[in-house]
Structures are given as C-alpha cells and as structure tokens.
Design a protein around this ligand. Sequence first.
Ligand SMILES: Nc1nc2c(ncn2[C@@H]2O[C@H](COP(=O)(O)OP(=O)(O)O)[C@@H](O)[C@H]2O)c(=O)[nH]1
Ligand SMILES: [Mg+2]
Length: 313
Amino acid sequence: MCRCNPRFPTRGIFVNQQPTRCGYIAIVGRPNVGKSTLLNHLLGQKLAITSRKPQTTRHNMLGIKTEGADQIVFVDTPGLHSGQDKAINRYMNRAATSAARDVDAVVFVVERARWTEGDQLVADKLSGIKCPLIIAVNKVDQLEDKSTLLPQLQALAERHPGAEIVPVSALRGVNLDALEEVILRHLPQGPHLFPEDQITDRSSRFLAAEIVREKIMRQLGAEVPYEVTVEVEEFVREDKILHISAAILVERSGQKRIIIGSKGERIKQIGTQARQDMERLFESKIMLNLWVKVKSGWSDDERALRSLGYRDE
Ligand SMILES: Nc1nc2c(ncn2[C@@H]2O[C@H](COP(=O)(O)OP(=O)(O)O)[C@@H](O)[C@H]2O)c(=O)[nH]1
Ligand SMILES: [Mg+2]
C-alpha cells in the first residue's frame, strides 16, 4: 500500500489542545457499488471519477480529509475484477488487494438488497484482515420500502461478526456523518502525515487524464471505454490560462473513429465536459486540446502499461 513518501509529520501532536489523530482507511468493494462516489462525498469535493461502468477506477488514489485535530487518509481502490485474463485486470486487482493491507480500518462498500458473486470475492479477500471492518450498505435512496433493508443488515451481521454496519447513500449524502463518526473511532492518535491543504497524493496531470477518461466512460457504450487510456502530454500555465493537451489511446482504428464521432462531434463533447470539470477542480481557465492515437495492445502489455502510469506502488 502506498504510504507514499509520507512527508514528515506536518502537524504536531496537538491542535487546539486536542491530541492529533491520523490514519489510513481503505475503501473496497466490487465495481459499481459507489466507492468513488462515497470518497467524493466524504471529502466534499469531486476528486475521483465515477460512472456506471466497471473499470472506471483503475488506480488506488488517496483522498485526504483534515479537520481540526483529525486527518483521515482514504484510499479509493479499483473494484476487484473477476477476470484475470488481461494485464490491466491483474494490475487493478493487485492495487485493490494491496490497499486493504496495512491500513487502520477497511470500509467495505456493498449495495442495498444485493449480494453478488463479486461481493463474495471481496469478502473472501477480506476474511484474513486484522484491522477493524466497517460495512457501508450503499444506495439506500433506491429503496422504496426501508424495511426490506433489515434482513440484509442481519445477514451481513451474521456473515461478518464484529463488523460495524452503516446504511448510507453516497450520492444523496444520507447518513455519511454516522459513517464518518465510526471511521473516526478507529483513527489512531498520531501526527498528521500530510499538510492541511493537501487533498490527494495524485498529480494534477493524473487528475486531468482521469477527468477525460470519465467523460469517455460515461459517453460511450459497450466495449470502447475498457480499451481506452489517456496520457497528458502538456500541462503548462501561461498568462493565467492552463494549457492541457492529452492523447486518448485506443486499441483499434475503429475505436478511434467512434471517439472522434461524425464531424468530430463526439470528441468535441468529451472535450467541453472535461474542460468544465477541470476549470472547477483547478480553479483556472483551461485550454484543452485532445487527440486520439491508436496504440494496439496497450492494455495487455506489462511494459506498455508501466510506461502509461500503471505501476504498482
Ligand atoms: N442511486 C444511487 N446511486 C449511486 C450511489 N452511489 C453511487 N451511485 C452510482 O453508482 C455508479 C457507480 O459509482 P462509482 O462511485 O463509480 O462506483 P465504484 O466503481 O464503486 O467506484 C454511479 O453511476 C454512481 O452515480 C447512491 O448512493 N445512490
Ligand atoms: Mg471507483
């Protein structure tokens, strides 16, 4: 897990006479249960990209929340994918599994009223962990009849004795205070590891590439998004404007045509939406330049993956 070059204790043992607390909390679960949505709403800021499709999150990412004496370092993870066939799937599973080790608590996200093979896969991986387990039962806003939740909560409690179970809606912000309170109880005393204003361990270039990928994940159906990666080639500030150029890499020329769209309409839309998100995140005017490049085999080639930033931490 990435206790990434913890820059040295940045805040000392007390804040306003309160002893400081700081800990790592991994957010795990199968794809699409709402892990990244939960991270964003706990942070109160959109940091991680989200969509209905698996593989939206491919890398572990830290989201850091500092409030008074407490610093929670969340680790958002890719969902565990059952397919091990491709190098990129193996990479995502390694990232998700390694994050659950060496943390102070794990938040296991599941969906209300649904327990799938994918959930079982995660539960099996978690069975050996030593740290406290918190189960967030997400998407309760989709339940018309809340009483249907009770049997599921009971079944979860039997399956995971000792776990604390909190029903939430990440998207609507329901019960997130209660979840945070449980998390805070497991935060060990100790100095803060990151400066108060740092919200992630990821670079601005990385976040920019992810925003472009989110728009592709959301706008394009079927297989295309799984064979796309984005590489930021230029990221410079000139006269208060941030100039960003990014290459969208695909496996096949047919996919390039789909992303560009008829008369370039699709890529224009992707660019407009991405630019709006970037302007919010970077609080700056943005000039965004996108282009599409065919790089066959990138998603199943260990060397290509590493050069594109898919590196184990
Ligand atoms: N109705 C509802 N949808 C949610 C909730 N949380 C997440 N979602 C949706 O579920 C989908 C997957 O979310 P995401 O955070 O990307 O899932 P992840 O793969 O676990 O990170 C997205 O379309 C979210 O908008 C929730 O509490 N209620
Ligand atoms: Mg995610």
